[in-house]
Ligand binder design. Structure first.
Ligand code: AMP
Length: 215
């Protein structure tokens, strides 16, 4: 399947994407995960992105499009992909449209996951992430803590609170989402690709996507 997952930070895009990859081998492509990996590796790209990310600002469109142009041409995308956290601005959506046309790739659907703001705030402040950039497993101190406190179940690395998940950075990310990313809902509605799903449970969202795709 070839999907875009839209939704505010904390709407569950990453969890839903991971569940969908198990269905048909489509790959999850999270620009946030890629950027955090680059920051950890200390690459040029990571150095350019780091300050924007810490503040909860968007990284410039040109950097993101450079990443995505390469990523979408890697062989593992042939079976399908779930775009998680990309596109985030109208210029990114327009550039993606051109890129997909150039690569002769057709999207199946754009899913907007709608979750109430209070649920999002609660999820983000209690979310913890594996610090290993190759793992980045997600936990929640309330609903899904690691078996051993502070240690990733999957790879044994420390589980941390992201720099951009302080209350201040979270409010800023949500504001940025409303200003820059929410308009993509209208963009994809016009393209005839949008499916909005309201749901705080990832299972419900995944089932709705499956039935929409006839799976
Ligand atoms: P995420 O894990 O998707 O919440 O992304 C974490 C941070 O990475 C965001 O707050 C942005 O600073 C940056 N980022 C991720 N994806 C994008 C994108 N498509 N465009 C611009 N910045 C991005």
């Amino acid at each position: 399947m070839k999907l875009i997952l839209l939704g505010a930070p904390g709407a569950g895009k990453g969890t839903v994407a991971k569940m969908l990859t198990a269905i048909d081998g489509s790959v999850q492509i999270s620009t946030g995960d890629i950027l955090r990996g680059e920051v950890q590796a200390g690459s040029d790209l990571g150095k350019q992105a780091e300050e924007f990310m810490k503040k909860g600002d968007l990284v410039p469109d040109s950097l993101i499009m450079g990443i995505m142009e390469k990523r979408l041409q890697q062989p593992d995308c042939a079976k399908g992909f779930l775009l998680d956290g990309f596109p985030r601005t109208i210029p990114q959506a327009e550039a993606l449209k051109e890129l997909l046309a150039k690569l002769s790739i057709k999207l199946d659907m754009v899913v907007s996951i709608d979750v109430p703001r209070d649920v999002i705030l609660d999820r983000l402040t209690t979310r913890r992430t594996c610090s290993n950039s190759d793992c980045q497993a997600i936990y929640n101190v309330k609903s899904q803590p690691p078996k051993q406190e502070g240690i990733c179940d999957k790879c044994g690395s420390p589980v941390i609170q992201r720099d951009d998940e302080t209350v201040e950075a979270i409010s800023h990310r949500l504001e940025t989402y409303n200003q820059k990313t929410a308009p993509l809902v209208g963009f994809y509605e016009k393209e005839g690709l949008l499916k909005s799903i309201t749901g705080t449970s990832s299972d419900v969202v995944v089932n709705a996507i499956k039935s929409e795709l006839g799976l």
